[in-house]
Design a protein around this ligand. Structure first.
Ligand code: AHR
Length: 606
């Protein structure tokens, strides 16, 4: 029985309650949401090896691929790829092949934007042929020929229309004449979400949009911090033309191209009509003490990082007459992005003493310049101004269910709560229904307490099935397809059905220990006295709740009593302790053999 009080509403539900957490983990961005189809497109992934590219010699021609570090495209690029034909045979070629992120997905009739920079060795007249092909090279889906490469570095842009559909196509750059040519920033994009240049993969962005997130947190996660300051997130190197973004070695064991950069995150949030939430690096690397100590930017050198956050805000919000606002305009967005949420550090409560020394410095600098900025802290800190605390939970389904009442008792005069990362990870495999139900129970608790729980985001959002670094995740994909785990569907359900206000409700529900009781009694029952054991493992009560136990036989027996033994009441789960349930016949038919007994635990008064 459900009783809903529609007359005296409870807390208003925060309009920011359900958001999305994005981190470059599991190839969520590169090889995922960021729609680029070529991996290691600017040959920076490894200074010594041509990752993801290989050579093929056909028709009697011979040659090689190599990494070149001279005559580069610009000052940011440290490598280009050289294709050298040492012996050219009639009809033969030396080719550089790339199959993207575990296969390039192409669809018949769809168009693909190809961009690359090429340079021939001075004085050489070299043609280049580009083909989109099946994995075995037997089918050509699209072809483009450059009859002669122009002198020096030039950008070449074409639209390829695929004549076939495949999840694992490859792109091939073939040189047929003897000589050497150089390639850099080789890019192939399908149509993107909302048609944005340098944009997002349609199915994946669409799944996030269906969650109707009220905010997007970016860019992490540990990705913000890196393992050392060298691979921390530096937003300034992630904006502007993609060929001038160096990319960086990142926390989750692969290099980030940063094609999905600070500007693209802000644009994505805007396109979702969601608030952007930027998590800033504060000079603390992720891996805990004592490693992090060695990998921490000394406090005396922290000022540039404080300035870095201020510049990030200025880039997002500042006038076009200012340095950073002008750059935003030059990058195609003169209007401010209206960044209103900044988090100081990610999970730096793991390095509490360092965090305590830094938080106030960042907080004050931001507030001095942007008094309206909502600032999120990683934890509560004595004596510091704390507006919202980011809590992270990766636990079992049972933990989440048992914590559905967690926020009932939080101090209402304390800071707001942002449950910034949470997911059932224990016993959840790659995602399952039990995990989703655990999260849903917890979310009901957050929603009921939304006067204090202002924001939340399930994490992580994405996993490429070929790089399952972290399980489970909300959205699973490969090169061509994607699906939501049960947890995704819970997020989508809650996000797209968020209420305005909590209506106090009292649920009188049956415990689901019925099945266990039936099993142990059926067939054994007769006149007399029996014992059975039952655990009401899913009857959740809070301290002080009153619980009634009732019996209910499938036939009207006349007079039976079910006597409970000693019950142990604790916060969370209600369990029978050691004693049996005593089922006693006080009247009735001596030949009973197949009646069933249902025990109900009824919570009253709360
Ligand atoms: O969500 C995965 C990771 O969990 C995040 O990078 C980090 O913040 C947390 O430890």
């Amino acid at each position: 029985d459900l009783t809903v009080d529609t007359v005296n509403p409870g807390a208003e539900i925060s309009p920011m309650l359900y958001g999305a957490f994005f981190e470059e983990i599991n190839h969520a961005g590169d090889g995922g949401l960021y729609a680029e189809l070529i991996s290691n497109r600017s040959f920076e992934d490894n200074p010594d090896t041509l990752f993801h590219w290989w050579v093929e010699e056909t028709g009697g021609s011979t040659g090689k691929l190599s990494l070149s570090d001279s005559g580069l495209l610009n000052e940011v690029q440290t490598r280009a790829m050289a294709i050298t034909v040492t012996a050219a045979a009639e009809g033969g070629a030396v080719s550089a092949v790339n199959n993207g992120y575990w296969g390039i997905a192409v669809t018949e009739g769809a168009s693909y934007r190809l961009n690359f920079y090429a340079r021939p060795e001075p004085g050489e007249e070299l043609p280049l042929r580009i083909t989109l092909e099946s994995a075995d090279g037997k089918q050509i889906y699209a072809e483009q020929v450059v009859s002669v490469l122009k002198e020096g570095w030039n950008q070449y842009s074409y639209t390829l229309i695929s004549s076939g559909t495949a999840a694992n196509a490859r792109i091939v750059f073939s040189a047929s004449r003897a000589g050497t040519l150089y390639l850099d920033m080789v890019s192939l994009f399908p149509e993107t979400w909302k048609g944005r240049e340098n944009g997002l993969r349609i199915d994946l962005a669409g799944k996030v949009a269906a969650m109707k997130p009220s905010f997007v947190r970016f860019p992490g996660g540990c990705f913000v911090e890196g393992k050392t300051p060298l691979d921390a997130y530096r937003w300034k190197t992630t904006i502007g033309p993609v060929e001038s973004r160096p990319g960086h070695s990142a926390y989750w064991n692969y290099r980030s191209s940063d094609g999905l950069g600070f500007h693209e995150y802000l644009q994505w949030a805007e396109d979702l009509q969601a608030e952007p939430l930027y998590v800033a690096y504060i000079g603390i690397s992720h891996d805990g003490d004592p490693i992090a100590k060695a990998n921490t930017v000394p406090l005396a050198e922290i000022q540039p990082w404080i300035q870095d956050v201020l510049d990030a805000i200025e880039y997002a919000n500042g006038p076009v007459t200012g340095e950073w606002g002008a750059l935003r305009a030059a990058n195609g967005h003169p209007e401010p992005f209206q960044l209103k949420y900044v988090e100081i550090g990610n999970e730096n409560n793991f390095q509490l003493s360092e965090y305590a020394q830094r938080y106030g410095l960042f907080y004050q600098a931001i507030k001095d310049k942007y008094p309206d900025m909502n600032i999120i802290a990683n934890t509560a800190l004595e004596g510091e101004p704390i507006e919202i605390i980011d809590e992270h939970y990766y636990e079992s389904a049972e933990w989440f269910m048992n914590n559905a009442n967690r926020y009932d008792t939080y101090d209402r005069s304390g800071p707001g709560i942002y449950v910034g990362e949470y997911a059932v990870t224990k016993g959840a495999g790659e995602g399952n229904l039990n995990a989703a139900i655990g999260e849903a129970a917890f979310m009901v608790g957050m929603e009921r307490n939304s006067d204090i729980v202002k924001m939340s985001s399930y994490a992580p959002l994405f996993v490429n099935a070929k790089d399952r670094t972290w399980n489970p995740d909300a959205i699973v994909f490969d090169s061509a397809s994607s699906y939501g785990t049960p947890s995704y569907h819970v997020q989508q359900l809650f996000g797209s059905n968020k209420g305005d206000v909590v209506l106090p409700a009292v649920l009188t529900a049956a415990g689901s220990a019925d099945a266990a009781v039936k099993q142990s009694i059926q067939g054994a029952i007769g006149l007399g006295s029996w014992s059975t054991q039952v655990e009401y493992s899913d009857v959740r009560v809070a301290k002080g709740d009153e619980v009634l136990f009732e019996d209910d036989f499938s036939a009207d027996s006349g007079g039976w009593t079910v006597k409970s033994g000693s019950w142990e009441q604790s916060e969370g789960t209600f369990r029978q302790s050691s004693s049996d349930i005593d089922v006693r016949a006080v009247a009735g038919d001596a030949s009973w053999s197949d009646y069933t007994l249902t025990l109900r635990a009824r919570k009253t008064g709360g």
